[in-house]
Design a protein around this ligand. Structure first.
Ligand SMILES: [Zn+2]
Length: 340
């Protein structure tokens, strides 16, 4: 990427080439590969024309350390920030609750790499807010009463949310208890709810008005297209033959998941509410590039379809014609799905 800027190499204003390249470095005596950003002065003829501005040097360092953390299975600095923000805590407050020493969290979020003991504690409180509450109570004397109560109330709220989210996941999981092995019915993929939420949000980001009927068909097409290409589906959902086409088991529970933003609409056209899915901020770390491309292709194909139109289109698939009402649609029909 080229950018016109003041070049630190020759001091002149001109186009500087910004290069990202895989680099090997050593952290704690271990080799770590990460993506380094380097600037290149296109005005100089010498080999010495590469340089790294100081703020970029810090970013490179952070990247290298996060690559090391990932390699070691430790939480990254971003994950620690996310954890702290979830509980609405300052760096000092979180340090005090965990009894780490006041500056510790600040260091983990900026430069130092946590040891395994601290990493374990961070991971436990990240996954389980009750453990954080216990630690807060244990270290209560570190806080003023007023502040302690504020923090405690917030953690209690997070616990409630966390419980609700778990119940909703269980509701969906219950439908899939029977499908705990990879089979032709789930496309040789076990249901992964985190990934499913990412798929739904990825579709929502790439679709302007996404109603429930459309979403369900887009999920089916993404899964069968993936199966057709790679012999495995993406989400692990199991689909039933219904009037409106393929419908995943537990579709109502799916729409309730806390990682998905679904809103009810009431209009004069229907005497029942319709559901619209909105994109929710999330990372797509569980989706491979190939999977993203498949989903994008499906979204592109059906961009201008209404729920009714896509249902009609699906009715003409062999997978639909050859199955009966309420029968599971096996992925063996994926090869017959019309290409687009
Ligand atoms: Zn220059």
């Amino acid at each position: 990427m080229e950018k016109i800027m003041k070049c630190e190499m020759c001091g002149k204003q001109h186009s500087v080439d910004i290069i990202k390249e895989k680099t090997l470095t050593y952290i704690k005596d271990e080799p770590v590969e990460y993506e380094e950003t380097v600037y290149y002065c296109c005005n100089c003829d010498e080999d010495e024309a590469y340089y790294v501005p100081s703020e970029v040097m810090n970013q490179n360092l952070m990247k290298a350390r996060n690559a090391y953390r990932k390699m070691k299975g430790l939480m990254t600095s971003d994950e620690i920030v996310t954890l702290r923000k979830k509980y609405n805590l300052s760096q000092v407050e979180l340090s005090k609750i965990l009894d780490f020493g006041e500056a510790t969290i600040s260091r983990y979020e900026s430069k130092s790499i946590q040891d395994e003991t601290h990493d374990n504690i961070l991971r436990i409180v990240s996954e389980n807010p009750i453990e954080l509450l216990k630690l807060l109570d244990k270290n209560k004397n570190q806080f003023e009463e007023y502040n302690y109560n504020l923090i405690r109330n917030h953690i209690v709220d997070v616990i409630e949310e966390h419980d609700n989210a778990l119940i909703k996941r269980r509701n969906l999981e219950n439908y899939y208890a029977k499908y705990s092995e990879p089979t032709i019915e789930n496309g040789y993929t076990l249901l992964n709810i985190d990934k499913l939420e990412q798929v739904v949000n990825f579709v929502a980001f790439n679709f302007s008005v996404l109603n429930k009927v459309l979403l369900m068909k887009l999920l089916w097409y993404s899964d069968v297209m993936s199966y057709k290409e790679k012999n495995v589906s993406i989400t692990g959902l199991v689909y039933e033959h219904k009037d409106m086409g393929a419908l995943p088991l537990g579709h109502s529970a799916l729409m309730e998941l806390s990682g998905i933003d679904v809103r009810e609409n009431y209009s004069n056209d229907f005497d029942y509410p319709t559901y619209t899915v909105y994109p929710k901020e999330c990372d797509f770390s569980l989706l491979s590039e190939k999977e993203k491309n498949i989903i994008l292709k499906v979204c592109k194909k059906f961009r201008n379809y209404s729920g009714k139109q896509i249902a009609k289109y699906m009715h003409e698939e062999t997978a639909y014609i050859k199955t009966e009402d309420r029968e599971i649609i096996p992925f063996s029909y994926a090869n017959d799905v019309r290409d687009f």
